[in-house]
Design a protein around this ligand. Structure first.
Ligand SMILES: Cc1cc2nc3c(=O)[nH]c(=O)nc-3n(C[C@H](O)[C@H](O)[C@H](O)COP(=O)(O)OP(=O)(O)OC[C@H]3O[C@@H](n4cnc5c(N)ncnc54)[C@H](O)[C@@H]3O)c2cc1C
Length: 545
């Protein structure tokens, strides 16, 4: 006979595991079902180049998790289970083609001094940005941590109105809409400061000319100063193991190699799931699906369970640019030319500056391999030396300006063939990136022991939620973000099917390791049953009308 669980979770990404752990602590029996052979989704720690070199195959940096509501609640228990965060005072820098650089540290005074060095007045401007941000930080972070499509969302709006007044609220909302370019150039004089901040918009899934990217840049820049760039000692796998441990010790289970093929719906309510192979697992209270809208409405639910306009809205869900990862094992630490602080910085962006990021984003969005990509060069061993043998080092290199299908090469060098990411195209593009890095890391080629590259096609093959190699599981442009994520027609996490909830990077508050959607749904499911069911019924009725 099948076991019965209170909640069945489809997929084992950070939202699933954090949500499941919160539910388990709240007394629920939870089953997490993962189609891959490992738990964690985009968190995977492995010696993929050589023995002794521990790489984060996908996500690496945990400021969003350390700053999350889930960590606030689970942190102590995760610590008791062996999770330890390591920190750095040098989270990020940008390195420009002429060898000059700019740094953002965890010290406010040092940042004021650094930006003042780059242009008189820019240090003071940074002081004003932080001073103006902090009194309303709860509103800014609240936008990202609240179920916006709910009474809590309305409550946040009311709180903002009471504090800021009508004019103030209009001004605050307007300031959320500015692009990174407009905000950065209006606020700072130095192109070096613009080039320090602009690459960070890539980590929010947009580009520097996109509406609302100015707000994202501000939030991220302040968060970097406040929270640094923490990583778990020994890799993200430690977080995955600790979260899964909480679920299992509370009587739940986390199973791999289990592809969920269908959501079981009885009388308009989610009652369980059907696995590939036909096995059924019942869920007494809820099914929580960490999938894309494409999979939820196009595969897991039967056609007659989804109103036509909902299915149509899900079909319109757009995926964003694709990503590439390059992993390098080095026999010694990289020797950067220029400022010696670069050797101790967690993430160095190699960029020509704001216009360079803008150009590369635009080229990628037009289907081209960018001529001069923004190279995100992560140095995990600067924070956690245990990731490589003594005296050795690893590099975690990310490229976020790539097309899913390649129409051409903006540099006119590489033949895109039929547009698919072949092994040859992947390696030739990685060679171009390596050659650029070698101009600024003088021992790169001589210290390189092994290199492993993941193309957009490889990333999609590893995680079905990363459609086309989009590492953020859906474009984060404004019409698909915040209260409009995944789509304006499908806001929030409740779905057209009662007791079925949609979480993951495709849903609000979007991608990253903040575990926001899993936490919001877990909090909802831990509410007393009666008001929750009444609210759910209302929500699914509203979505069907
Ligand atoms: C290369 C890369 C680098 C990144 N770097 C960072 C970083 O440094 N810091 C950061 O904060 N964020 C980073 N991100 C983003 C972040 O990792 C993701 O947004 C986040 O991990 C997504 O979590 P999730 O809960 O949405 O689920 P995912 O991690 O996407 O996992 C979903 C899981 O569900 C499984 N699944 C899907 N359908 C089914 C089904 N039908 N049955 C069973 N299982 C199913 C999938 O196999 C997958 O394992 C990165 C992402 C990538 C890809």
């Amino acid at each position: 006979m099948n076991e019965r669980y209170d909640v069945v979770v489809v997929g084992s990404g950070i939202n699933s595991l954090a949500g499941a752990a919160l539910l388990a602590r709240g007394g629920k029996r939870v089953l997490v079902l993962e189609r891959n052979g490992y738990l964690g989704g985009a968190i995977r720690t492995e010696e993929i180049t050589e023995p002794g070199y521990l790489h984060e195959v996908f996500s690496s940096w945990h400021p969003l998790f350390v700053g999350s509501a889930a960590y606030a609640e689970l942190g102590e228990e995760l610590g008791a289970r062996g999770l330890e965060y390591l920190q750095t005072e040098l989270p990020t820098a940008s390195l420009f083609p002429d060898g000059t650089s700019a740094f953002l540290t965890t010290s406010h005074e040092a940042n004021v001094e650094e930006l003042e060095r780059l242009a008189p007045g820019d240090g003071q401007a940074w002081g004003r940005v932080v001073a103006e941000f902090m009194p309303n930080a709860d509103l800014a972070f609240g936008v990202l941590g609240t179920e916006l499509w709910s009474s809590a969302g309305a409550g946040l709006g009311l709180k903002a109105y009471r504090r800021l007044g009508r004019r103030g609220l209009v001004g605050f909302t307007g300031s959320l809409l500015a692009s990174c370019r407009d905000w950065a150039t209006e606020t700072f004089a130095s192109p070096r400061v613009h080039g320090l901040l602009a690459p960070w918009v890539l980590h929010t899934g947009v580009g520097p000319d996109t509406a609302s990217s100015g707000f994202m840049t501000r939030v991220i820049a302040v968060a970097v100063e406040l929270g640094g760039m923490p990583v778990p000692r020994g890799g993200g796998v430690k977080l995955v193991e600790a979260l899964a441990g909480i679920v299992v010790d509370a009587g739940g289970a986390c199973e791999t190699g289990r592809d969920v093929e269908r959501i079981l719906v009885r009388d308009g309510r989610a009652a369980g799931v059907v696995l590939a192979g036909g096995e059924t697992v019942e869920a007494a209270e809820a099914v929580v699906a960490n999938v894309t809208p494409t999979q939820l409405y196009g595969r897991l639910l039967a056609v007659d369970e989804v109103p036509q306009d909902v299915a149509e809205a899900a079909r319109r869900f757009r995926y964003g640019r694709a990503g590439m990862q390059i992993h390098m094992a080095l026999s010694e630490p990289p020797r950067w030319t220029g400022d010696e602080r670069l050797g101790g910085t967690a993430i160095v962006h190699l960029t020509p500056g704001l216009d360079g990021v803008s150009r590369a984003v635009n080229e990628a969005e037009r289907g081209l391999l960018p001529a001069e990509a923004t190279i995100v060069c992560g140095q995990p061993t600067t924070v956690d030396p245990s990731r490589a043998p003594d005296g050795a080092s690893i590099l975690w290199i990310q490229l976020q300006e790539l097309p899913a299908r390649v129409l051409g090469d903006a540099a006119g060098e590489l033949d895109p063939g039929d547009g698919s990411w072949t092994e040859d195209l992947r390696e030739r593009y990685a060679d171009r990136i390596q050659a650029r890095l070698a101009q600024q890391i003088e021992n790169l080629d001589s210290a390189l022991r092994a290199r492993v590259v993941l193309s957009p096609a490889d990333i999609e093959a590893a995680n079905v939620n990363m459609v086309g190699g989009d590492i953020y599981s859906g474009s984060c442009s404004l019409d698909q973000n915040l209260v409009w994520r995944p789509r304006p027609e499908l806001p929030g996490h409740a779905t057209v099917v009662e007791r079925l909830y949609h979480i993951g990077a495709s849903t609000h508050p979007g991608p990253g390791l903040g575990a926001g959607s899993g936490t919001l749904v877990a909090q909802h499911l831990l509410k007393p049953a009666l008001p929750r069911r009444a609210l759910d019924r209302l929500d699914s009725l509203r979505k069907r009308i």
